[in-house]
Write a protein that binds this ligand. Sequence first.
Ligand SMILES: [Zn+2]
Length: 163
Amino acid sequence: MTSDRLFVPSKQEYVRGKRPNVKCILCSVVNKDPKVDKLDIYSSENFIISVNLYPYNPGHLMIFPKKHIESVVELNDNEVLELHKLQVMSINILKENYNAQAFNIGYNIGLNSGASIEHLHLHIVPRYPREVGFIDVISGTRIIVEDPINTVNKLKKLFNKEN
Ligand SMILES: [Zn+2]
């Protein structure tokens, strides 16, 4: 059993759920606020793709508009098409490079839905055949997650190669 990726997260604050003290974390990413971690990997005309701050799985991405909106009803037709293309690109890259076997893709809209960030964001969660939870440990020794910073570096290259 040596083939699995073995990684112990170095940034424990991700696990604890510590958040920077900013009004809107996604607007802060858009505005390159130094208080937020640089987890963005790709920028299109109206959207940013970033690695999720609190990844459910390695390769968990978020696609969000550069403008602060809180619901899909505020997207225009051009933006919907652009967003769709970014989803397709994300799925293809995660399939090829992370060997993702399936995906959960969706929004939480409104704070009553469980959304913790009001700024609209589309989650792309790759699913793998043998998953363990973010901090589950098998046999007391194994943690199979990827440091979000490593994910950023890897995916940034891949996404910017595509276009
Ligand atoms: Zn915002």
